[in-house]
Design a protein around this ligand. Structure first.
Ligand code: HEC
Length: 148
């Protein structure tokens, strides 16, 4: 009986390994870049609320630019990873995200709140699309990367 149990466990392990195939553990720099993105999005939302509550003369565009700068750095890091891994689909989404970040940054420079919001909305859709297609939640609650 004991021998059988060992075999069953071994088979279960092989199956688990197979089902995880194709997914990659994110390098530390990748995860940090994504956490920075999460932080930048939070900071953006706080800034937008303050922006909308303050008077016209007091409105501060700097936090939007700061968020854009952070996300440009992050998406430059993750782009290098997807290039190296030859993950074309993720690369395309990564490029799209960078495009929205550029638009966000231009909007902040030109003090165009409407453009800032449009870029932010489009960017959030790109975050969600890539997470649906390329982010896999593992049983222990951490994430892996699905390259294809
Ligand atoms: C091109 C694909 C792609 C785009 C675009 C993308 N992500 Fe991610 N993100 C991933 C992948 C893959 C993971 C899983 C790996 C990881 O957690 O490091 C992830 C994980 C995360 C995590 C969890 C980090 C952790 O490990 O704790 C956060 C937070 C996050 N992304 C935020 C964002 C935000 C915010 C945006 C948009 C501004 C965004 N991501 C855009 C691919 C993407």
């Amino acid at each position: 009986m004991r021998g059988l149990l060992v075999i069953v466990s071994a088979v279960a392990l092989v199956v688990a390994t197979l089902s995880a195939q194709g997914n990659e553990k994110p390098p530390d720099a990748f995860s940090k870049a994504m956490r920075d993105n999460g932080e930048a999005v939070r900071a953006f939302r706080v800034a937008a609320k303050e922006f909308e509550e303050s008077g016209a003369g007091a409105q501060d565009f700097d936090p939007f630019e700061q968020a854009a700068i952070t996300m440009r750095t992050s998406f430059t890091t993750t782009m290098a990873y997807f290039k190296e891994q030859k993950s074309d689909g993720a690369l395309a989404l990564n490029e799209q995200a960078l495009k929205h970040v550029t638009s966000l940054q231009t909007g902040a420079k030109e003090r165009d709140y409407r453009q800032i919001l449009e870029a932010f909305t489009a960017l959030n859709e790109t975050c969600a699309s890539c997470h649906t297609a390329h982010r896999v939640r593992t049983e222990d609650g951490t994430y892996e990367i699905k390259l294809k």
